[in-house]
Unconditional design. Structure first.
Ligand SMILES: [Zn+2]
Length: 281
């Protein structure tokens, strides 16, 4: 599933292709994504100029002329790929093709169709139902130890579940929550309030993991843009995620797995003891 680093990598890959370009034509091959596309979607986008591309959580926000915003979410299996020219035969799951005035084409591909798109006026963005409840961005200054301490103070939910709560911080999905907790030496099942005193370590771990993933994603996107094939996302080695029963790279203990809020959490029982370590910060 695309997480924040994949979306940020996608945004960075699209910036040079789409910024300043005009959408000559938008070809909708399937309009029933997670929600139906807005009414007259293709007609309303035809001829519009792209002013810039932003990311908020896992949403791509494409700023258009006439103060409108095109929102794209990749869902479970979505991707956007850049083609030097429109494909002679689009792939089966290429649901929307954005034909640019440069001759290039951006294809939205989504086999499971959990992705979504919306088009709205920039003035409505702060109140948009998908955006209004979002917490701070993990890589921005607002996600500070003081902020996190406030949010975790009375939370009895497990720390991993709390980190994946988009109202607390956006874009820390299942993989990166597991990896960040490993790096911080915190057991995923610790009650969030008991992590108090470790906010600084935890935030540093989250930022480090996400930054590394974005950097490694950059090379993936370059390959991907040329090959126009499957993404593969991150090739980098995870410390715990998906490594049940394999030895911890740090201490050799066997990686374990538990299920939390319906999601698999991986951890090292020695590096992430169930007993809270002494306060570090
Ligand atoms: Zn270990």
């Amino acid at each position: 599933m695309p997480e924040l680093p994949e979306v940020e990598t996608t945004r960075r890959g699209l910036v040079p292709v789409m910024t300043g370009a005009r959408l000559l034509r938008v070809e909708v091959r399937r309009s029933d994504l997670r929600f139906p596309l807005p009414l007259n979607f293709a007609q309303n986008l035809a001829g519009r100029r792209v002013l810039g591309l932003r990311r908020r959580a896992k949403y791509l926000l494409i700023d258009l002329d006439k103060a409108e915003v095109l929102l794209i979410h990749l869902g479970m299996s979505g991707s956007l790929r850049v083609l030097a020219e429109p494909p002679a035969r689009p792939l089966t799951h290429d649901h929307v093709l954005f034909h640019l005035d440069s001759g290039a084409c951006v294809a939205f591909h989504d086999p499971r169709r959990f992705g979504l798109m919306d088009l709205f006026s920039a003035a409505k963005e702060p109140r948009h139902k998908l955006l209004v409840h979002l917490g701070p961005e993990p890589l921005e200054r607002g996600f500070s130890p003081a902020y996190l301490a406030l949010k975790l103070a009375h939370k009895t939910a497990p720390i991993k579940t709390a980190l994946m709560d988009q109202r607390i911080v956006v874009g820390v999905g299942n993989i990166y929550a597991s990896e960040s907790l490993f790096l911080a030496g915190l057991h995923p099942a610790l009650p969030a309030s008991r992590v108090m005193g470790h906010e600084k370590t935890l935030i540093a771990a989250i930022k480090k993991i996400l930054r590394a993933a974005i950097i490694s994603g950059g090379s993936t996107l370059r390959d991907y843009t040329q090959a126009s094939g499957e993404t593969g996302y991150f090739q980098h080695r995870f410390n715990v995620y998906g490594r049940l029963g394999e030895p911890c790279f740090h201490c050799g203990s066997m990686i374990q797995k538990i299920t939390q809020a319906g999601r698999a959490s991986f951890f090292c029982p020695a590096c992430q003891p169930r007993k809270i370590p002494a306060k570090k910060s």
